[in-house]
Design a protein around this ligand. Structure first.
Ligand SMILES: *Cc1c(COP(=O)(O)O)cnc(C)c1O
Length: 507
């Protein structure tokens, strides 16, 4: 939403009798024989309770609604960890080609060779980028990828008779989905502390690591935007203890073509195709969270996977050790398709340039934001960094949330707020590689201005928006997403009751 638009919200536009169309009068004779086809008591006494509006009001209603949300196509969107990068429109054009868009998931493999080839190649690209050779494209989100990979790990340990491995270790800076996935997969999540510098506390890790450890889940670069310098030591420790290392791949945008999780010791990872590889996302979907694993874990991957047989591709369902399906059909093919286009367009050098530019942009923004806010961890950062509004809170009782809300008035989406939990009053910023220096400067200037603004203005922000401070939990749990008819529609005058074959219901 931009700050030039009017803030008055007239939602109820319906006026009795208004229509978007004018149909010619019905010329079917209204003989009793026709009317009798549907007995009178089966006919509604009231018209269906639909809004009645003219076409221009209808178009303005939806067009105006569509501009009242922030989106990557309308506003800078520095939402840390979520990688809100530009979604190239070319991908939409290609994904809409009828040969892809009109496929039905129940079609025979012989008739979907083009799509299967593309998905097969996508498996290979993701294996190459991660350094982990076996890929499942099925999971529909990063969180589902975490769950699928942990189920793979559980199946692997069961196969080895190591069912005593019940614990999944998770750093305290991790995304909330990590411990949640561990619990859903039947493990017990155990928190590992971070050091003051923001890295894994190796003493705490050693203390918690043991014969009951199944997996260590690590995000690298971590959610503070820091690359873990001890990563090789950590993965060696895990392997020496017989455990596996899971890499939360949400931050792949920092390391594409520069380093590979498989090379620094991860055994499994997920991708967020909707983040790193430009799938349009927001509001909870659509997502795609493929996983890549080492060879010895391949038999347990969700089935089916795409395999090549001679010159043909097919879905292989015959995988006796597979954990089974984790999603209907084959995964979120539309998002995988866009990711495929992105990878093919850029190639290896282009992907590396993406990460280099993302890191450069983040460090530039970090240097500018430091003029206004605390940035608790030493730089340089990777593709994102975490600032803190704790000084503002201490000195002027202004919270990180107030800063975020005020940013909306300046036409910027807020950064991720209050995450990661290890930083108080956290403002986590990820500019991505697609933003210009002018945009980054304008955002930093807005933050500097906000810092000096009147406290009451900040506490009551935003001021230029239709909705100011909703109850966010209620908005998420009880959203009202559609128009509801008035409870008691007025009965239609008898002259407007629909009768078969009569022109009376034509406007
Ligand atoms: C986004 C994210 C996830 C979860 O991914 P979804 O696709 O939203 O399910 C997990 N970990 C981190 C660090 C993330 O940023």
């Amino acid at each position: 939403m931009n700050n030039t638009q009017s803030t008055d919200l007239v939602f109820e536009l319906s006026h009795s009798g208004r229509r978007c169309h004018r149909l010619p009068a019905c010329d079917v004779p209204s003989s009793s024989a026709v009317a009798d086809l549907l007995p009178a008591d089966h006919r509604a006494a009231t018209a269906p309770p639909l809004p009645e509006v003219g076409e221009i009001d209808l178009i303005r209603h939806y067009t105006n609604l569509s501009t009242r949300n922030m989106s990557i196509d309308t506003n800078f969107y520095p939402l840390g960890s979520c990688t809100m990068k530009y979604n190239p429109k070319r991908h939409e054009r290609l994904a809409a080609l009828p040969g892809f868009a009109d496929l039905h998931p129940l079609q025979d493999d012989a008739t979907t060779q083009g799509m299967l080839e593309l998905l097969y190649e996508m498996q290979q690209f993701l294996a190459e980028i991660s350094g982990l050779p076996a890929v499942s494209l099925q999971p529909a989100a990063g969180a589902q990828g975490e769950l699928a990979a942990l189920l793979v790990a559980a199946a692997y340990f069961r196969d080895r008779g190591e069912t005593h491995r019940k614990k999944v270790l998770v750093p305290d800076s991790a995304h909330g989905t990590n411990p949640a996935s561990a619990a859903l997969a039947g493990f017990e999540a155990v928190t590992v502390k971070s050091t003051a510098k923001g890295f894994v506390d190796l003493d705490d890790l050693r203390a918690k690591l043991g014969p009951d450890t199944a997996v260590f889940m690590i995000t690298n670069p971590n959610t503070l935007g820091l690359f873990e310098p001890q990563i090789k030591t950590i993965t060696d420790l895990l392997h020496a203890a017989g455990g596996l290392v899971y890499l939360d791949g949400a931050n792949m945008n920092a390391i594409l073509g520069i380093t590979r999780p498989g090379d620094f010791g991860a055994d499994m990872q997920h991708y967020n195709v909707h983040k790193t590889f430009t799938g349009p996302h927001g509001g909870g979907g659509p997502g795609s969270g493929p996983i890549a694993v080492r060879d010895f874990l391949a038999p347990y991957l969700p089935a089916p996977v795409v395999v090549m047989d001679g010159d043909c591709y097919r879905l292989d369902h015959d995988r006796p050790k597979s954990i089974g399906r984790v999603r209907s059909f084959f995964g979120n093919v539309g998002i995988l398709f866009r990711g495929y286009c992105y990878i093919r367009t850029l190639g290896p050098d282009g992907l590396k340039a993406v990460s280099e530019t993302a890191v450069l942009n983040a460090n530039y923004l970090r240097a500018r934001v430091k003029e206004a806010f605390d940035v608790p961890h030493a730089g340089p950062c990777m593709h994102e960094f975490v600032a803190s509004a704790r000084n503002l809170l201490r000195e002027r009782k202004i919270k990180a949330m107030d800063v975020c809300k005020r940013l909306l008035d300046y036409g910027f989406h807020a950064p991720t707020v209050y995450f990661p939990l290890v930083v108080s009053e956290a403002l986590m910023m990820e500019p991505t590689e697609t933003e210009s220096m002018e945009t980054l400067d304008a955002f930093a200037d807005a933050l500097l201005t906000i810092k000096g603004e009147d406290a009451e203005v900040l506490r009551t922000a935003p001021h230029a928006h239709i909705i100011s401070r909703p109850d966010e939990v209620k908005a998420a749990k009880e959203p009202i997403l559609r128009w509801a008819a008035p409870a008691h529609p007025e009965p239609l005058p008898s002259s407007r009751r629909p009768t078969i074959g009569s022109p009376a219901d034509a406007p």
